[in-house]
Design a protein around this ligand. Structure first.
Ligand code: TXA
Ligand code: MG
Length: 339
C-alpha cells in the first residue's frame, strides 16, 4: 500500500515544523518527530503519556550517514547494518553530543534503525532531504498494545488528531512483522560485549552469524529499554497463558463456570466465548498477534486465555510479548479456578 506523493510531502512538512506524524513500519506503526528538535520530541511524550526518561529510537533513511548520530560506530554495527538494514533491527551505540537528551533519555547512547517499509523509507527520504532522523516510539499510549494498522493509531489517538497534536497518520496497510524490532546494544562492547535488549524477528543466531558472537541476554531486573518493563504491551482484559496440554481442560472448566473467555490458540481446540486461531508458524503468529489481542480485548471477555506457543528460539519474540501482556494479570487464572 502506498501513500500519494502530496501526502508524504505534507507529512514531511508537518515534521519539519516540529509536529507529529504517525507512519507505518514493517514492525509496528511509529509516532514520529524530528529527532533533532527537542520541542518536537517532547510532543511525543505528551501524546503517548510516556515518562520522559525513556529513550526513543531514531529512524534514518537507507544509506544515512551514521557518523551524524554517533562518534563511535563499531565495526559490528557496520556489519549488522550491511546485513539487516533496511529491516527490523535497532542498534544502540554511543550518541553524538548534539542529540537531544529527550531522544536518549539522558543516557550516553542512541538507538538507530532503518525501517524497510516503503512508506517509512519514502517519508525519511523526503523529510529534510533524507538527512534527518525521526524519533519514533510505537504509536500507542504508554503501556498499551502496539499498533499494526493505521486504524489502530487513529482509534488510540482520536483526541490528539482532533486537537492537532498529531498532524497526520500515514496508512501503509498492516505491518508485516507485527512485533517490535530486535534491539542489540553495541555501546559497551569492550566491557559487556553485544547485549540483546529486546528479542524480535531478527534472532540472536542471525546476529551471531554476522558478528561472530551471540549477544548476551539483558538482565531483566535492570531494564534499560521501556519495552522491557514487565507491564508492557498489555490489553485491558486480563491475559493468562496456559500450556498446550492444559488449555483445553482449563477452557472447559471456565466455560462450565459461566465465565466469558476469549481464546487465542494455534492447535485444535473447542470454541470459547470468542476465539482467534493463529498459525503455528512464528512469523505468521507474530504478524497477527497484536491485532488479535486488540480484537479479543473488545469482545467483553473476563479473561483472554492464550495457548502458550512453542518455546524454540524462533518463538522468543512472540513469547516475550505474550509474557509481558500477561504480567499484570498473574494470579487471575488461579483465582478463577479456585472458586
Ligand atoms: O520496531 C520498533 O522498534 C518500533 C518501530 C516504530 O520502529 N519502535 C518501538 O519503539 O518499538 P518503542 O519506543 O516503543 O520502543 C523502543 C525501545 C524502548 O524500549 C526504548 O527504551 C529502547 O528502544 N531504546 C531506545 N533508545 C535506547 C537507548 N539509547 N538505550 C537503550 N534502549 C533504548
Ligand atoms: Mg512501544
Amino acid at each position: 500500500m502506498s501513500v500519494p506523493a502530496q501526502d508524504l510531502a505534507a507529512a514531511a512538512a508537518v515534521l519539519e515544523e516540529g509536529g507529529l506524524v504517525a507512519f507505518p513500519t514493517e514492525t509496528v506503526y511509529g509516532l514520529g518527530a524530528d529527532a533533532e528538535n527537542p520541542a518536537a520530541v517532547a510532543r511525543i511524550y505528551e501524546a503517548k503519556g510516556r515518562p520522559s526518561d525513556h529513550p526513543v529510537i531514531v529512524h534514518v533513511a537507507p544509506g544515512a550517514d551514521l557518523a551524524h548520530w554517533s562518534d563511535d560506530i563499531p565495526v559490528e554495527a557496520e556489519q549488522l547494518v550491511a546485513a539487516f538494514w533496511p529491516g527490523p533491527l535497532t542498534l544502540i551505540v554511543k550518541r553524538a553530543a548534539h542529540i537531544p537528551d529527550a531522544v536518549s533519555g539522558g543516557q550516553d547512547t542512541v538507538g538507530l534503525r532503518c525501517p524497510s517499509h516503503p512508506v517509512a523509507i519514502e517519508l525519511l527520504r523526503t523529510f529534510k532531504g533524507g538527512k534527518g532522523g525521526l524519533a519514533a516510539p510505537s504509536a500507542n499510549k504508554f503501556g498499551n498494545v502496539s499498533p499494526t494498522t493505521a486504524q489502530h493509531v487513529r482509534d488510540e489517538f482520536a483526541a490528539e488528531l482532533d486537537s492537532g497534536l498529531l498532524g497526520a497518520v500515514l496508512d501503509g496497510g498492516q505491518s508485516d512483522v507485527g512485533i517490535e524490532s530486535t534491539i542489540v546494544d553495541l555501546s559497551r562492547l569492550a566491557t559487556h560485549g553485544p547485549v540483546l535488549l529486546r528479542p524480535g524477528h531478527i534472532s540472536s543466531e542471525q546476529i551471531a552469524a554476522v558478528i561472530g558472537r551471540a549477544p548476551a541476554v539483558a538482565d531483566a531486573a535492570a531494564p534499560r529499554a521501556s519495552g522491557t518493563l514487565e507491564s508492557h504491551y498489555a490489553p485491558h482484559t486480563p491475559v493468562a497463558m496456559q500450556h498446550s496440554d492444559d488449555v483445553s481442560a482449563t477452557l472447559n472448566r471456565l466455560l462450565n463456570d459461566g465465565r466469558r473467555v476469549a481464546l487465542i490458540h494455534y492447535s485444535d481446540l473447542p470454541p470459547a466465548s470468542a476465539s482467534v486461531r493463529l498459525a503455528a508458524k512464528p512469523e505468521n503468529y507474530a504478524h497477527a498477534l497484536y491485532a488479535s489481542l486488540r480484537t479479543m480485548d473488545q469482545v467483553g471477555a473476563e479473561l483472554i486465555l492464550v495457548e502458550a506457543p512453542p518455546t524454540g528460539p524462533e518463538w522468543l519474540g512472540v513469547n516475550d510479548r505474550l509474557r509481558r501482556a500477561a504480567f499484570g494479570s498473574s494470579g487471575i487464572l488461579q483465582q478463577f479456578l479456585s472458586v
